[in-house]
Design a protein around this ligand. Sequence first.
Ligand code: BT5
Length: 276
Amino acid sequence: MNAEDELGETIVRAELTTKWLGRPYLYVPAIGSTNDRLKSWATDPAYPSGTVLLTDYQSAGRGRMDRRWEAPPGTSLLFSALFRPGWPARQGTWLTMLAGLAVVEAVERVTGMVAALKWPNDVVLPTDSEAGREWRKVCGLLLEATLDADGRLTSAVLGIGLNVNIPAGALPTAITPATSLLAAGGVSVPRRALLIALLETLEARYDAIHGGWSPAREWGECLVTLGQRVEVTAAGAAAPLAGLAEDIDEWGQLLVRDDAGRLHTVAAGDVTLRGR
Ligand code: BT5
């Protein structure tokens, strides 16, 4: 690993430019899952909103619904951030939206590559071939929140797994094909500069919410899902829903019009793009 890839506490703390996100910044070389560890700390007030835990390797990295998140050691950004928003429960999806927008912005700032978002929680990069354009997953987001008796978000742990320097041959096989910044751009990317840019943009966007900004419009503009024919496997639904992904609402729910013309609001699930 070269020097610009090093993510230890001393060097990251010295270069960090944020006011509260990543303060404290904590690093462990290896762990089961950063989300699991940070969730176990979330009830302890000693860990403030903004605590970040990062690792170079997860032996039990998780996606949604207990799926696996796989990344070879030292190749990725694998971290979780703790927030204590106090927002109403349904606004929790904004954290995933903020994180997606922040990843897109930081990737562009550091690499020049223009990434996009796939509903509900993927950051994707385009691959063009004769067969057309395919979107490959470069980053996954995992939000796990706790509510109080009034339905407010007392704590939310946001996990980010960003494939930075995974060589093409070491990418995991997945339903949405995987890529990395190295595989897509052909050059390795300095992980520390990317982490610092990402924490900066995420903090700025979180603070903007308290200034009255909503992420929904910008998030919708980055979604490759809109305007496409999709098949949605909604959480808890018996059969997939096929139709046109028309729009999202303020809370990031997907509005899908089926072939009979009915509009469905989908809160959570998986989407397969079927083309226009
Ligand atoms: C996600 O779930 O995409 C959320 C991933 C969150 C990972 C971070 S890493 C730090 C923190 N600590 C954790 O334990 N997790 C978070 P989902 O949409 O359910 O996608 C999971 C699916 O993505 C898997 O079933 C695989 O098909 C695929 N996959 C696994 N590893 C991948 C990778 N490195 N790149 C692209 N796709 C991957």
